[in-house]
Design a protein around this ligand. Structure first.
Ligand SMILES: C[S@@+](CC[C@H](N)C(=O)[O-])C[C@H]1O[C@@H](n2cnc3c(N)ncnc32)[C@H](O)[C@@H]1O
Length: 293
């Protein structure tokens, strides 16, 4: 395996089984075929290796083995086809008769060109409550959520059904793979990343999802003028994000004023993870960058 391949397999998450309720499992069985997107062109997930820091500790090895078993069980797989690009117009009903008989199409412009609804992608939506709120509040936009945590996906599916949303679809997979293999370049109006795992120990920093490669990938997927909005409750991670984002020549900081951060309340609902952090007295740092490609 090449060094590049090894680096690619360090993931920003470790899957834990967690408790899944009967309702969430039923939602996965019943609603995934309607609202789920990673149901095509798949091969088996390859083992997760942690090559950047040498051998794993016994505890980390147990975790990775557990991750692999879970990956197999939940069906998070590697996308192997370059043809499996997301076609937003088809997915959200424009011209896709297969899906639109299940989910009514949005009464908006055709295709993804001029007049097409804005397309917003959220990475790591957790239980999806804030994403559901956004989708319900802005039906003129389309949303794609990506999450690996099965109970969270089940919870979000239940919300989509309860709110009768037609503008939200989900991937249950590693966001890096989805971005690389499924999302066309310059196709997104916004990418959201709220409270990614901070991986606070320095030996785990290599797992942080925000790094130079990730930022270049996101920048490539944004339309000119599109935005990347990130939030964290770890000041050290916020500073790291600023450094990496400022180094990307096709993005500019959209914050006005002296501070490099933006006001979260004006831009998004509070997330579940954020509310928990606030109860513990954590701060919040929101970063907004615009594509100038
Ligand atoms: C700390 S939680 C925050 C969840 C949510 N954004 C919130 O604020 O309540 C981070 C989430 O990101 C997800 N995650 C981490 N890396 C991911 C990846 N590469 N692809 C998809 N989801 C990921 C985790 O499963 C977890 O649910």
């Amino acid at each position: 395996m090449s060094a590049e391949q090894q680096r690619r397999q360090i993931r920003s998450f470790v899957l834990r089984d967690g408790r899944i309720t009967v309702a969430q499992q039923t939602a996965l069985d019943r609603l995934w075929p309607i609202y789920g997107l990673n149901d095509h062109g798949l091969t088996q997930e390859k083992p997760v290796m942690d090559a950047a820091s040498g051998p794993l500790s016994p505890r980390e090895s147990r975790r990775e083995a557990e991750s692999l078993r879970l990956l197999e069980r939940v069906g998070v797989r590697e996308f192997n086809s370059r043809d499996k690009r997301l076609d937003a117009a088809a997915v959200f009903g424009h011209g896709n008769k297969g899906r639109s008989n299940l989910v009514p199409p949005l009464p908006l412009g055709e295709g993804r060109g001029e007049g097409a609804p804005a397309l917003i992608l959220e990475i790591g939506f957790g239980n999806g409550d804030s994403l559901l709120q956004q989708a319900a509040a802005t039906p003129e936009k389309n949303f794609i959520g990506i999450e690996v945590h099965r109970p969270g996906v089940g919870h979000c599916l239940l919300g989509i059904e309860r709110l009768a949303l037609t503008n939200l679809r989900l991937y249950r997979a590693d966001a890096i793979e989805v971005l690389e293999r499924c999302i066309p370049d310059q196709s997104l109006d916004g990418v959201q990343l709220f409270f990614p795992d901070p991986w606070p120990k320095s030996r785990h920093h290599k797992r942080r999802i925000v790094n130079a490669r990730f930022v270049e990938l996101v920048a490539r997927k944004l339309k000119p003028g599109g935005t990347f909005h990130a939030a964290t409750d770890w000041e050290n991670y916020a500073q790291h994000m600023l450094e990496v984002l400022n180094a990307c020549t096709s993005l500019v900081n959209a914050a006005e004023g002296e501070m490099p951060y933006v006001d979260s309340q004006a831009l998004r609902p509070a997330t579940k993870f954020e509310q928990r952090g606030q109860r513990l007295g954590h701060g919040v740092w929101d970063l907004l960058y615009r594509s100038v490609a």
